[in-house]
Design a protein around this ligand. Structure first.
Ligand SMILES: Nc1nc2c(c(=O)[nH]1)N[C@H]1C(S)=C(S)[C@@H](COP(=O)(O)O)O[C@H]1N2
Ligand SMILES: [Mo]
Length: 211
């Protein structure tokens, strides 16, 4: 079958490797805890709070958020249950542009990403600001479906996918690290798939707040 080449592909390069223990399934599984929230554009907002540079809070309505400058990035998506979805073209708002519009206090070391129904995941500020991290509205040119996080999910492609929170509503800037939903329930605080940081018992001293 013919394949369209894009800039990130090089016919001379060997196949990109998967992180240890991962496999590529057929299709794109849907995986989350709890029900799929209903999107109500008129009630929806996107908030930034916690330790911002000026002490204030920031809020975007759906129309405002959807009009922010957009980026596109191609990345694999690694779930800790061992499936990897390769070559996703994600499109949305770079996390770094949210941080530019709503600057964190210089002492903010971590962020908590908050979703509908209280699901959350914590990230180091460096993971939040990483070039590949974005608030995605589209995958492979189409709006996300409700199952996959419509209207907005964060995608943190270099970490296990439980950090890629679906149905995001807020970002909280933290002065010190705090565990999110799965990080409180036995999953690794950092979640690097290349070193298989799957479970909290693997955490090294200093990598995580106490359980
Ligand atoms: N709000 C929310 N986001 C979530 C989850 C969840 O339970 N709730 N599960 C995470 C996990 S464990 C994975 S593997 C991915 C799955 O994304 P997908 O359903 O689009 O494949 O979503 C992540 N984001
Ligand atoms: Mo997952």
């Amino acid at each position: 079958m013919a394949r369209v080449m894009d800039a990130s592909e090089d016919s001379a390069a060997p196949d990109r490797k998967l992180p240890p223990g991962q496999y590529v399934p057929r299709g794109w599984p849907v995986l989350h805890y709890g029900p799929v929230p209903k999107f109500r554009p008129r009630d929806w907002d996107f908030r930034v709070f916690g330790i911002t540079a000026d002490g204030g809070q920031y809020r975007w309505t759906w129309d405002e958020f959807d009009a922010l400058p957009r980026v596109r990035t191609v990345a694999d998506f690694h779930c800790v249950t061992k499936f990897t979805i390769p070559d996703n073209t994600w499109e949305g708002v770079a996390a770094a542009s949210i941080a530019a519009l709503a600057p964190p206090h210089p002492s903010a070391s971590h962020v908590m990403i908050w979703a509908e129904y209280g699901y959350s995941a914590n990230l180091r500020m460096s993971d939040f600001l990483a070039a590949g991290t974005l608030f995605a509205t589209h995958r492979d040119g189409e709006r996300l479906t409700a199952d996959h996080g419509h209207p907005v999910r964060i995608v943190v492609p270099h970490l296990y996918a439980w950090k890629s929170v679906k149905w995001v509503r807020a970002v909280e800037y933290l002065a010190e690290d705090r565990r999110g939903f799965w990080e409180e329930r036995g999953y690794h605080n950092v979640a690097d798939p290349w070193t298989e940081q799957r479970y909290s018992y693997q955490e090294e001293p200093g990598e995580a707040p106490p359980l």
